[in-house]
Ligand binder design. Sequence first.
Ligand code: 5GP
Ligand code: MN
Length: 328
Amino acid sequence: MAVKPDFNIMEECKDAKNIIVTGHIKPDGDCIGSSIALTLYLKKRLPDANVRLLIEKPAPCFESVKGIDLPEPDYAGPEADTDVCIVLDTNAGRIGNAEKYFEHAKKKINIDHHISNAEGCGDFNFIDPHASSASELVYRLLEEEYLDEDIAKFLYLGIAHDTGVFRYNNTSPETMIIAAKLISFGFDFSDLLEKTYYEKSYDQAVLIANIVKESKNYFGGRVVYGSVGYSEFCEKQLKPTDFDGAINELRIIKGCECAIFMYPMNEVTYKVSLRSTGSVDVAKVSGTFGGGGHMRAAGFFLKGTREEILEKILKEISEQTGWGVWTE
Ligand code: 5GP
Ligand code: MN
């Protein structure tokens, strides 16, 4: 049975003058979808309130979506005026510029589905690690009669992205029922997913193909590792969003139970993504390096060379699974 929230979002927001909605840095489809949908809903229901959405600018793949320009990443209003701050799809540790508004907010609300955030960071928390997405949780918080085509489109975007378009095992019967209700609003869901989830530029397709080509196998193919180094990153003038989808191409290789992908944030720090089929708890692996996520999808940032970081991850996987020594 789906977990129900133990608070009413309208009740908690109805007297607020200034509401800030936010989500994690490097916003993904779920963060973008849930936060835009909730912002539209609150603006509709509280026309006199000042509802602002503070997330980083969405990646170029979302550019064509009508309404995607709602976030105000450069908003710099007085933080002391924040009546309610709502944090979606993360805890307050990864909300970037919105952190000061969260700290000063008279009321803090946290809506998340990450197992690494089981407690929640708000005065009011709606956390369900079994939910497909933060967008599914937002759907459960909203009153259906106030939904419209735009709100439905953004909730669908979030659910579809976080379930790998309904193919990961976080997709429940309830997820499908919600998605069915959402598409009945009539937006072009096929075009939405084609543009935001599947489409890649030619250069990006070649980059990802190269990552797969250069990838390495460990534990007899149970772990597949791909990466991009700092010099390549600089030479090709790459951006983090160029790697979207790379980790999935590694994960779907037959026999792969855990995929590792890393790219540089700067000369000394790497961003690591992990995906598993279930035999490795990657939220736990990431947790040991200060990151988090879900059992099958997690990540973290770490200082070191690629070789050093890889070795640490393989050691952790070996200890967790008892797979023994990793050989290439
Ligand atoms: P990705 O690999 O796509 O960046 O992230 C996969 C999952 O792990 C997402 O649910 C994301 O929120 C979570 N995640 C990624 N990096 C971090 C991190 O540094 N800290 C935490 N707590 N979660 C992360
Ligand atoms: Mn999510």
